[in-house]
Design a protein around this ligand. Structure first.
Ligand SMILES: [Zn+2]
Ligand SMILES: [Zn+2]
Length: 310
């Protein structure tokens, strides 16, 4: 994606209202997304059961936000695959992308395609999820309705041909393999949790209870939290906050969003300089994802890191 050059200044871009994308009409429910999102939210609500609480589950949830959300979604899907802000060895790229797949935000190719489309058409009719339609639409309303361009081969060719050239990402795309990776990692959490609980307590049912705790906290609640963090960048990040750059769209830098997303909430900076590995452009705009990239660079695992313009 091309990097746009914008003049740095603090300004407030005028907002306009948008209608829902014409490609989302007529209204057709996208059942796979609706069922999964509702189901995982319901399963995540099981954390309210005291019997399913464990400190290990809570820690796994917290640590998982960084492991799967920051390393997976931010670093791999967003900065690495979509914007090519850095280069890492192939084994590491695929490992990080697999962490992102464990966030149940669709396949690498489809995630990249939709996000590149968002950048190319930000806050216009062709933007898949502009919150200028309304907040709910920008946050997750767009997920539940069919957008007829997203499944078209021409869309894949236009926005993610480079991703599908990789045999692993192509395999993920076929026969919903990416979805089964998510299911497999959930089963792994449950299985290992049950085994550890069983061995440490000597009681099988205590083991199953502990495995359940690891599953609902470490997988379902974490999945829901990472969803809402990603969606917040799309919704809050185009409505509330300040702009360092005149990007002609409604993208904003939002402190709350930036903190919960570990850096992706500096969204106006990102829209202005899409390929920059750093999304925080001022010294106080903390970007944990970029700090991770710097660490990878120091370890010799990241090269060709695209620098922020000064
Ligand atoms: Zn982006
Ligand atoms: Zn955006």
């Amino acid at each position: 994606m091309a990097t746009s050059d914008s003049t740095s200044r603090t300004r407030s871009h005028p907002r306009t209202r948008l209608d829902r994308p014409s490609t989302s009409l007529p209204v057709l429910i996208y059942w796979p997304y609706l069922i999964n999102v509702v189901l995982i939210h319901m399963l995540a609500a099981l954390v309210l059961l005291p019997a399913l609480f464990s400190w290990t589950g809570l820690l796994l949830c917290f640590f998982g936000l960084y492991l799967f959300g920051t390393l997976g979604i931010n670093l791999a899907f967003h900065r690495l695959l979509t914007h090519q802000s850095l280069v890492v060895p192939k084994w590491l790229e695929r490992t990080l992308a697999t962490l992102a797949i464990c966030c149940l935000q669709d396949s690498p190719a489809r995630w990249v395609a939709i996000h590149r489309q968002h950048h190319q058409h930000s806050d216009t009719d062709a933007d898949p999820h502009s919150p200028l339609v309304n907040f709910i639409w920008g946050h997750f309303g767009w997920v539940f309705l069919e957008n007829r361009v997203h499944n078209k081969t021409t869309n894949y060719e236009r926005y993610c041909r480079d991703i599908l050239r990789d045999p692993y990402y192509f395999w993920c795309e076929r026969k919903l393999h990416w979805f089964w990776i998510y299911i497999a990692h959930a089963l792994l959490f449950f299985g290992v949790g049950t085994l550890v609980g069983w061995l440490s307590s000597g009681d099988y049912w205590s083991g199953v209870q502990w495995g359940g705790s690891i599953l609902v906290w470490g997988v379902f609640l974490r999945t829901v939290l990472v969803w809402h963090i990603t969606w917040s960048v799309n919704s809050i990040g185009h409505l509330f906050g300040y702009q360092n750059y005149d990007t002609k769209d409604s993208s904003r830098n939002n402190l709350f969003c930036a903190l919960i997303s570990n850096g992706d909430g500096w969204h106006n900076n990102h829209h202005a300089h899409q390929r920059c590995a750093a999304h925080g452009h001022k010294w106080w705009e903390l970007d944990v994802t970029y700090l991770t990239i710097r660490l990878l660079e120091l370890m010799g695992l990241a090269t060709k890191v695209v620098r922020a313009p000064l």
